[in-house]
Write a protein that binds this ligand. Sequence first.
Ligand code: NAD
Length: 356
Amino acid sequence: MNALNPSALHSAVFDHPEMGEHENIVFVKDRDSGLNAIIAVHDTTLGPALGGCRVWPYEKPADALTDALRLSRGMTYKNALAGLNLGGGKAVIIACPRKDKSQDMMEAFGRHVDRLSGTYITAEDVGVSPEDMEAVARRTDHVRGTSATGLGDPSPYTALGVFEGIRASARHVFGSAELDGRTVSVQGLGHVGFDVARQLADAGAQLVVSDIHAPAVERALDAFGAAAVAADQAHCVDADIFVPCALGAGLNARTIPQIQARVVAGAANNQLQTPADGIALKRRGIHYAPDYAINAGGVISIALAKPGEDDGRVREKTLAIGDTLTRIFERAAREDTTPERVADKMAEERLAQSGN
Ligand code: NAD
């Protein structure tokens, strides 16, 4: 076995640029199943750390550590702002979801989650299927989002919260939450984007849709009588509202000067490529709904659903996303700062109050 030089280990882990106030970082190696994973518990001030498990073929272990550290911190903020009594954590498994993943591997992961005695609760994320989570659940009770523990697919709740967030954004910027007659550009028509588009169409919005997957566009054109635009032009549409529901980093130095909409409010995670992009949006008078505030419906459904209960409580908490966004926008205007900075502050204030 290669002995790792202690100072190299120290700089690789403890001096990692994403290392914050993480409480616990577990490196897992299970020889029999081939599992290589990192479980990062960022903060348990508000409760056990809830955050999904991602399976991804990271090129280097350092990239996996970066993701685990950054995503677990993000979950602390998302759960705190959503008013959940949960902390933030995340797990990453270094494997190709199509070639390397196995039921044995997921069961081994479940055993290691169980060893953390409930300080970390896992759920689905990129590269993980409902069947994988059932395998994890055979080895630990500290799982959410399985058929036995909840409401199943969280996407409809994410979409519900995003739609409510769009209405709150419209109310703040245009003086009315009414979307009838507003032009809205929806980028990405997957699980969340399609459902948001459906609610927008029902509310009378004129839709311009885009996706890199042509059948998804066809489906939306058929269902909503929408217009289509090339996926890389979605942000340039002469629309009132731009709704990014594809991948992250879509708001950047190239796209921001081309945005026509006065509101950007969508489901995609990590929409701002850098913090400077939030400032650039503000300078252009574009109102940005912070991603982790508007897309929290999914985690709310995972966190609060109870077997045998209807979704009333989950819907109520998800619909409150609109009020949270209104508070964020009003405070950002008062403090002459960006909405995402206010969202961070509000999450930090909740953590500080609870920690006293
Ligand atoms: P999905 O994979 O079902 O859909 C994504 C869609 O975006 C696909 O149709 C894909 O073809 C399309 N796409 C990819 N790149 C594109 C591009 N450059 N331009 C246009 N379209 C593109 O994913 P989803 O579950 O709908 O999630 C959408 C976004 O919302 C992701 O960023 C995800 O992280 C975020 N999110 C999802 C949930 C949830 O509950 N599913 C919760 C919180 C955040």
